[in-house]
Design a protein around this ligand. Sequence first.
Ligand code: PMP
Length: 777
Amino acid sequence: MDTTTDLRSITPAEADVLVRAALPAYGIDPDKAVLEMVKHRENFVYKLARAGEPDLVLRLHRPGLRTDAQIGAEMNFLAAAAERGIAVPKALRAADGSLFISAIDGFGRCCQIDLQEWITGSAQMGSIDEGLFGTSTLEPAAFRQLGTELASLHDMAEELDPRDWDSRGAWDAAGLTGSAPLWGDPLALSGMDHAQRSLLRGALDAAGAELADFGTAGDRYGPIHADLTPENVLVADGVLRVIDFDDFGPGYFLFDLVTALFWYQPHPRYGEFHDALLAGYRSVRELDRAHLLLWPALRLARGASYLGWAAERDGQPDSEFITENLLPLVLRLAENYPKGLDMTSSDTDKLLARRHATIGTHSPLFYSEPISLASADGVWLTAADGTRYLDGYNNVPHVGHCNPVVVEAARAQGMTLNLHSRYLNEPMVDYAEKLLATFPAPLERVFFTNTGSESNELALRVARQHTGNRGVLVSDFSYHGNTTSLAELTTGLAVRESLGAHVRPVHIPDLDHAAGLDEDALTARALAQVEEAIASLQAAGFGLSAVLLDPLFSTEGLNRVPRGYVAGLVQRVHAAGGLVISDEVQSGFGRTGESMWGFSLHGIAPDLVTLGKPMGNGHPMGAVVTTTELLEEFGAHNMYFNTFAGNPVSAAIGTAVLAVMGEQDLMGNSKVLGARAKQALAPMAAASSIAGAVKGTGLFFGVEINHPDGAPWADGAKAVIEHMKSHGVLVSRIGPNDNVLKMRPPMVINTGQLDLLVAAFANALASVEAGAPAPTT
Ligand code: PMP
C-alpha cells in the first residue's frame, strides 16, 4: 500500500517526458520503447516493452518523497537479495553501474528513476478482498512457500550493515504505535466514537510498550519489506516473487509475517494458513517463543497502520472500504489485546495434550484437526483462532447459542433460589405445566431428569415394572444413552456389553432402500420381522416390556419409513402387552417443523416420551412424559428422587426455551426452512454422481454420499464435511454406513444462513465429486 496519492506536483504528461529522457542512461533508445503506465500513486510505475527484449518495470519516484540515500538503500537491498537467488525482481543497472538515476522535473526538483525486471505471466498470490471475505481458494502450501522465501529474505537482511538501510522510515514502536506513525494517525479516522478511540489508543500504547521492551536486537529487527500482503507477491509457474519494496525499512522481522496473514484473519482457513506460513519460515529460520508472544501487538499495530492510511484519505472509496470492513476487526483486536484473539497451533496442541492427560484419548473429537472453540452467538461459533463457523450441526443450542433470554433466565433464578425438588417451589411446577401443555392427552405427567440417558433408563424401568416383562425392541442401528441397561441395547455405536439376551433389534425400513419392494411389501416385510422378534422374546421367557424408538430414526440415517410402518409396530407392541417409548431427544421440541413431538409424524400414541438435549438449550435437562396411570403406579412403589432434576434454575431455563420457541415461532421456521433446504438439495443431489437420497424432516436433513457406482461412500461424506468445515460450515454424518450427512442447525437459523449452509454443501459436493474415483461398474 502506498503512503500518499498526492501527485499534484507532477502530471502524467510531465512524468512521461522525464521517463523518456532518462532511458538513454540505461542504454535504451526511447524511440524503440513502448511505455505503458500501470499505476500512479506514490510513484509512477510503467511497463516498458521493447522488441525482442524482456519487459521491464520502470518506477519514477515522486519528487521529494525519498532521498537518494533511501532509494539507494532499497535498490541495494533488492540487488543483494536477487544475487542470493531470493525471490525478488532483478534490478537493472544504468550504463554507469548505478541502480537508479536522478531526473530533474520542470520545477527543478530531483526525482529518482529505477528499472527492474517485469515478471512475465504472473498473477498476484492473493488479494485483500479474498482474504477479508473468505473467498480465497489458496491452499496452505502457498503460505508455506511464502514463509520459506520470507525467512531467506530475513536471513540475508540480518547480515546487512545497518548503514545500508537505516535511512528509511522505521517500523519500530514509534513508527507503528507512536503519535506520528508512518502511515498516518489511526485515531484520526472518522467513523469511530469516543469510546472506540480511547480503546484503540489504550491498546496501542500497551502494544507500543511491548514492542519497545522487545527491543531491536539484530536477530529480531532489521530491514523488512513491511507491506508484504499477498497482493505484493507474484506467482509465475509456481515460483513466488516478492515485489513492491516501497515501504522497505527497518522493522521487526515478525511484522512481515503478521502482514502476510493480516487480511486472511476472517478466512475460515486462517488457522491453516497461519500454521503453514510459520512452518515454512521455521524450516529456514528460527522463530522463538519471544517472537510469537509479540504477535498480538504487531497485529494490532498492523491493523492500526491501515486505519492511519485510511485516515489520510478520508472520504475516498479506499478509506470507506477500510472503515466499513477493517475497523470492526481492528477494534476487536484492540478489545482483546493483549490476550490476542488467536491461539497458535501449538496452543491448540497443548490444550489437546492437557485434555488427553485428564479425560484420556478415547473421548470423541470431531474433525481430523479438532476445532478449539472460544465463543458462540446464535448460529455462529468462533474458534480460538478467530475463525467463525456457521453451526449446521448442533441441536442442543436449540434457540441459538448463548441465547440471551435463556442466559438471563438462568442468571435471575440463580440469584433468587436454586435447590432440589424436595421443597415446594414455583418455577418447577410452572415449567411442568407449560411443558405438559405441549402434549396431547393422556400424556399429562412428567418425571424430571438431567439427560437423555437418564430419561430412557427411567422409561425402561417404568415399562418393566408395569408389564412385568423384560424384553425390549430397538432398531438395529440406534443409540439411546450410556447407562448399563442402555448399553445392552445399543446397536449403533461401539460398546463392550453384548446385546442383552432380552433385546431384539429390528430393521427400520427405508423407502430409499427398498430393494425393489413397493411400499406395502416393504411394510409387510418389516412388520413380519417385528412379529418374529416379539414371538422370540416371548418364547425366551422375557415377554415384551417396551419398544424404544427415535421417531426420526436419526442414528439410523433418517430413514424414510413407509406410511403405516410405525403405527403397525406400535399396534403389535401394544397387542403383546408392551409399552411404547418415543425417544424425542433428537426429534422433539419442534425440530421436524411438523409438530412439537416426533411421534405425531406417525400418528401414534406413545406411553412414555423421553426428552433431553434441546430442552435446556445447553443446560443439562431431561424428562419422561407419561400418563397419570403409569406415573402413579411407578410412584407408588418407588421413591423417585433426582437431586438436580427440575431444580428452579433448570426449570427457569426450560421455561425460557419454550417462550423463545413460541415468540419466534421456531417450529414454523423449521418447517419453512426445512422445505427450502430440501428444495435446494434435491436438484443438487439429482445432478451429482456422488449424492443419493435427500433425507430428513424440517431442520434435520441430510444427503447420502455414495461412490459414483452407487455404493455408500463414508470417506466421501467425510471429505464433504471437512471441505465444509474448511469453508466455515459445520455438519456431521450418520447412518450404518456413515455416509449420510447430518445437517441440523440451531432452530434460529435464518434464510440467509441456511442458504450459506446449502451453498457450502454445494461447493463441497462439487469438489469431492471432482476428485471421486471412477465407477468400478
Ligand atoms: N437418545 C437419543 C436418540 C440420543 O441421540 C442421545 C444422545 N445422542 C441420547 C438418547 C442420550 O442422551 P444423553 O447424551 O443426554 O444422555
